[in-house]
Design a protein around this ligand. Structure first.
Ligand code: ADP
Length: 499
């Protein structure tokens, strides 16, 4: 069923949304900061201008009184023929209020009148303070002005007179409004462009992830050979792809092993079942006497015994494969185990006319081992050696110790193993067949060496084989002793590799 795609729930959407929100917040923050800086710079500029105007006021304005009278009034002293001075003074006087302590205006420009005259209480505050007072005023149209209020003292008197000068801030306000409009228009545009770019880039960056998901969906037990191509960018996604491919590879190996295993098992079970069936059918149709029936049943029983052996061995192998066989490790002297097993094989060896020798070249060889499994491993190696050594031959088991490692060699003077078979003899059901020779039940199940390999690996050791056809075979098992770090076994499948 096609998966319904929910865009808002996608990683691409989340990435783009987070990026856009953060980007917008940053942009708004920076714009506000910028606007704030611009506003305070403009205010500072206006204050500087008014301070300069105040210097002009102090230079050209006197509060004089007519002779003999106590009637003070403002007088501007400047050269009226000098256009520069005239324009400077006119500029200052365009927004000015001069008032006495009672708040009566002595000079009020039209502009100041439009702003409304100052209250008496405010005028008295200014006259009482040595500091200039700054405040904002607005005319009837809402146009803003910055006002600097201070006082000057009358000539030859200690009377203080209120002088407020102002500066229109309309231009500053216009500039700020234009800036605000500009950022209000630009921010959505920039955010939109950023969002679309983020969406495209997030989509591109996540393409391999989508690819991985698609491939993963297509992979099933039958097409595990699928791999995602590595892009060669060497980034996190390439590492993800590599890890994913490696995982599929391991799965493929495990699947193949499982498939091979079931093929082998059905193949191995089919032959004895067919034989038993044939024997019973023949007996049913041709046997006449009780002895003939008995013979058929005895033969069938022998084959059924072989079937049970296979089933038992397979059960144990599958238990080992799924990690159900846990080693019962305990301190064990390998000398004792080797000598015991060799003793047990003396009688079969004699029966096969094979000389069996044991040479333990160390005084002590103690390690943490599972006694049952080590005995099984030695038994498998010894029974093979005796089985594949012709009468008159010899089998020698030796034990040595090299540092923290015990070395067990099982060497025989038997038929040997042709080199082309050596890489496979630890595989399940693998048996070496001579030219024209068919698998003969007497020669074994082909599982013995698989067990040997598993047991050795489970103990953290290694097993090797050296063989020369016609001269003999030597199996060399190396096992770490107490204190040695066992070779880590990654997984049950790994444990069974080559078994
Ligand atoms: P089997 O039960 O057939 O012995 P194994 O897994 O123990 O199965 O051995 C696999 C094959 O390796 C044997 O069938 C035999 O051909 C060969 N092999 C094992 N040990 C020896 C040996 N000591 N000398 C010659 N061939 C051997």
């Amino acid at each position: 069923m096609a998966e319904r795609r929910n865009i808002t729930g996608s990683l691409r959407f989340t990435l783009t949304a987070v990026y856009t929100v953060v980007f917008t917040l940053l942009l708004v923050g920076v714009s506000l900061l910028f606007r704030q800086t611009l506003a305070s710079n403009l205010t500072q500029q206006a204050r500087d201008d008014l301070d300069q105007n105040w210097a002009i006021v102090k230079a050209y304005l006197r509060i004089d009184s007519d002779k003999g009278e106590n009637n003070f009034h403002p007088v501007w002293y400047y050269d009226r023929n000098d256009p520069d001075e005239s324009s400077v003074v006119a500029g200052v006087r365009s927004v000015i209020l001069i008032a006495d302590a009672g708040g009566h205006p002595m000079e009020a420009s039209a502009n100041y009148n439009a702003l409304g005259l100052d209250k008496v209480s405010d005028i008295r505050d200014v006259l009482a303070s040595p500091q200039a007072k700054w405040f904002d005023k607005h005319d009837a149209h809402g146009s803003p002005y910055l006002i600097r209020a201070s006082y000057i003292t009358a000539e030859n008197s200690d009377h203080k007179y209120y002088v407020a000068i102002g500066l229109s801030r309309a231009d500053s306000r216009k500039l700020l409004n234009q800036f605000t409009l500009l950022i209000l228009g630009l921010i959505p545009l920039v955010v939109l462009t950023g969002g679309v770019t983020g969406w495209i880039f997030a989509g591109r960056a996540l393409t391999p992830v989508v690819e991985i998901a698609r491939t993963a969906q297509r992979i099933s037990g039958s097409n595990l050979s699928l791999r995602i191509p590595v892009r060669g960018a060497g980034d996190e996604l390439d590492r993800l792809i590599k890890t994913f491919n490696q995982m599929i590879e391991r799965l493929e190996v495990s699947f193949n092993q499982a498939r091979q295993f079931s093929t082998d098992v059905s193949h191995e079970l089919r032959t004895p079942i067919t034989v038993v069936r044939g024997q019973l059918e023949v007996a049913l149709f041709t046997a006449e006497t009780v002895d003939q029936y008995r013979d058929a049943i005895v033969n069938s029983l022998a084959d059924i015994e072989r079937l049970s052996q296979i089933v038992r061995a397979l059960l144990l192998l599958s238990q080992a494969e799924t990690g159900q066989v846990v080693l019962q490790r305990q301190p064990l002297d390998l000398i004792e185990v080797v000598e015991n097993v060799v003793d047990q094989f003396q009688i079969p060896a004699e029966g096969a006319d094979v000389t069996l020798e044991c040479a333990c070249n160390v005084a002590r060889c103690v390690g943490d081992f599972d006694r049952v499994q080590i005995e099984r491993m030695l038994s498998n190696l010894l029974s093979n050696s005796i089985k594949f050594t012709p009468p008159g031959g010899r089998v020698k088991v030796s034990l040595d110790r090299f540092g923290n490692e015990a070395e067990i060699r099982v060497a025989d003077t038997g038929e040997g193993i042709p080199p082309e078979h050596l890489p496979h003899i630890f595989d399940r059901f693998y048996r070496v067949r001579g030219p024209g020779e068919h698998a003969s039940p007497e020669k074994g199940l082909g599982l013995g060496l698989s067990f040997v390999s598993w047991i050795v690996r489970a103990h953290g050791g290694t097993v090797q084989v050296e063989s020369e056809p016609g001269k003999g075979t030597t199996f060399i098992v190396r096992l770490p002793l107490t204190g040695a770090v066992p070779t880590p076994i990654e997984s049950p499948a790994e444990l069974m590799k080559g078994v």
